[in-house]
Design a protein around this ligand. Structure first.
Ligand code: ZN
Ligand code: ZN
Ligand code: ZN
Length: 274
């Protein structure tokens, strides 16, 4: 399986769109891995996670090929993860020669936001279908099994993170979540699966959170919970991702701190095979 990170920042991006703080100005100057766009990742070449407002940029600059993508998992409706206006671009006269139906999986708020932005037409005309992602109800997508898990994030909607399995490989993509809720830990423990890659939220970087996001210390704690439950081990690839200038660590400092705990640090365009 392959995971490609296209966007690795929190909601404001890094540098933040209108931010003039020292860390954003340093990122503008240093460029490279310090430039982080908003949240998006791709499993193999066809299963997209989140539809950030930076999707067009990811396709223009980072080579995201949307012609192969026909399934989208949405974690929640926050604007850095879901930009519903792009959904309308699937149909004529905005997209020609696109015959594959686009399947969107998300919570009720995601559905609501789509219909606020996109005119209602037949599925044939809109070229998409919306499916409710229910926590702990596995979804079959091609040869993937996807399980939406409950996140610890905004209380105003049912925020999700996703377990994705293909063959004997399993990925846990856990962003915009604090410490994993007991229900999600119980579900994972009962599955007795081996997690081959875990991508932890690390929005708070140098700070502690656990209630809405994670900092590095929280990711260390959550990893230990997964290890103690027998879900991961030395063969698991442990990654931290989704960073904010408020966490105070530019890329090199993030790598220095994360490597003390054997975490890899994501950057825009990072590809990882596992
Ligand atoms: Zn976010
Ligand atoms: Zn800033
Ligand atoms: Zn969020």
């Amino acid at each position: 399986m392959k995971l490609t990170y296209y966007g690795t920042a929190a909601g404001e991006g890094w540098p933040g769109l209108f931010c003039n703080c020292n860390l954003c100005n340093m990122a503008r100057e240093l460029k490279g891995k310090n430039i982080r766009t908003r949240s998006q990742a791709l499993v193999n070449d066809d299963l997209l996670i989140d539809l950030t407002p930076d999707t067009n940029m990811h396709s223009l600059v980072y080579g995201l090929d949307l012609s192969k993508v026909d399934h989208l998992l949405v974690t929640h409706s926050h604007s850095d993860h879901f930009n519903p206006t792009d959904i309308e671009m699937l149909r004529e006269p905005y997209a020609h020669d696109r015959n594959n139906q686009f399947h969107i999986y998300g919570n009720d708020m995601v559905k609501e936001k789509i219909w606020r932005e996109v005119p209602r037409m037949s599925e044939e005309e809109t070229r998409f279908q919306i499916h409710k992602a229910e926590p702990f109800h596995p979804i079959k997508i091609k040869d993937y099994t996807v399980v939406p898990l409950l996140a610890n994030h905004a209380r105003t909607e049912e925020c999700l993170f996703y377990q994705v399995s293909q063959g004997d490989k399993t990925l846990l993509y856990a962003h915009d979540t604090g410490a994993f809720p007991e229900e999600s830990m119980n579900y994972l423990s009962e599955q007795r699966i081996h997690l081959d890659l875990v991508s932890f939220d690390c929005t708070a970087q140098s700070c502690e959170d656990g209630k809405y996001h994670m900092g590095l210390v929280d990711a260390v704690k959550e990893r230990q919970r997964l290890i103690d439950a027998g879900l991961g081990d030395d063969n698991t690839v442990w990654i931290v991702n989704h960073f904010s200038h408020n966490g105070l660590w530019l890329h090199d400092k993030m790598v220095e701190e994360a490597s003390k705990y054997n975490f890899l640090v994501s950057y825009d365009g990072m590809e990882i095979e596992f």
